[in-house]
Design a protein around this ligand. Structure first.
Ligand code: NAP
Length: 271
């Protein structure tokens, strides 16, 4: 890996969907040279953003990237990694990813990335909606899984640090444990609220308005993303079970209390 000049990096993005486009705009603004490749053709959009788009993966890999950033969906990442011809790389590279689960891409990358290249697993804990007015105070999780070229790794992390992100270094395992309890839970509640067709009413409380927001933000993300959070985070299944048990427990507490209450009352609410 060569050392990037004056902290500007050549960053090749694989998977140019909504999240990659969102990240790329800030990277371009910071002066980095961005290249991209994707399953779909983003030539026109990339031209507009000042990004070089490659339809051909080999040409993309040969374009002397300092960093190759995986931004594909969780469900497709294994297939996408398989399609990378690592022999086409002309120099060692920092492979980084932004997937919302972390042990899974770490394990895949460690299996295939050449020994002289580095691996950095990251998860920006924000997206196009929460980060639309800037990234200040938004959390950026990272795990320096296999880093020898400190200069390139630091320059890449600096992209987020310099925007004011709260930089959180932790292991991929710790991330997945915490994300199952926080992000996956939020998405699941949002999807459940959508199933019960939660909509604003004329007498909304502040609490209910927040629930509507949770529903809207969860359903704005793709179902692929939500399923990826479940399938490829080994801690998510337990969280889903806990939620199911908790709902049943709350229901039982209510029914018990109702029966106690009504035993002493002359009022019969239900027929
Ligand atoms: P997404 O639906 O998770 O991923 C879309 C990307 O995956 C597109 O680049 C798409 O390529 C590619 N893709 C999907 N199926 C594919 C397949 N079969 N073969 C090859 N490529 C395929 O939506 P996203 O919001 O852009 O998220 C991208 C990644 O960022 C995900 O891993 C997600 O976990 C992570 N992330 C997202 C957010 C967020 O707020 N959205 C925040 C943090 C991290 P084409 O566009 O070319 O079809």
């Amino acid at each position: 890996m060569s050392s990037p000049s004056q902290n500007t990096l050549k960053i090749g993005i694989i998977g140019f969907g909504p999240f990659a486009q969102f990240l790329a705009k800030t990277m371009v603004k910071q002066g980095h040279s961005i290249r991209a490749t994707s399953r779909s053709d983003y030539t026109d959009l990339c031209t507009h953003l000042g990004i070089l788009f490659f339809r051909d993966m080999i040409a993309f890999l040969e374009s002397n990237n300092d960093v190759i950033l995986l931004c594909t969906s969780i469900l497709s990442v294994s297939q996408v990694i398989e399609s990378i011809s690592f022999h086409a790389l002309k120099q060692p590279v920092l492979f980084a990813d932004v997937l919302s689960v972390k042990e899974y891409p770490r394990d895949l990358l460690l299996q295939v990335v050449p020994q002289d290249s580095d691996v950095l697993c990251t998860h920006p804990m924000f997206g196009p909606e929460s980060g639309k007015d800037g990234w200040k105070d938004l959390t950026f999780m990272f795990d320096r899984v296999r880093i020898r070229n400190e200069v390139t790794c630091s320059s890449f992390l600096q992209i987020f640090a310099s925007e004011g992100c709260r930089m959180m270094e932790m292991s991929c395992e710790e991330h997945d444990k915490l994300a199952a309890k926080s992000q996956f839970l939020t998405h699941t509640i949002g999807r459940v609220l959508s199933e019960v067709e939660v909509e604003p009413t004329s007498i909304d409380t502040k609490g209910f308005q927040k629930l509507v927001q949770v529903k809207e933000s969860a359903t704005r993300d793709t179902f692929d993303l939500f399923s990826g959070l479940f399938i490829y985070n080994r801690f998510a299944r337990q969280q889903l079970n806990n939620l199911e048990l908790a709902l049943e427990s709350v229901k039982q507490q209510l029914i018990k209390r109702m029966n106690e209450e009504l035993d002493q009352s002359i009022y019969t609410p239900y027929n």
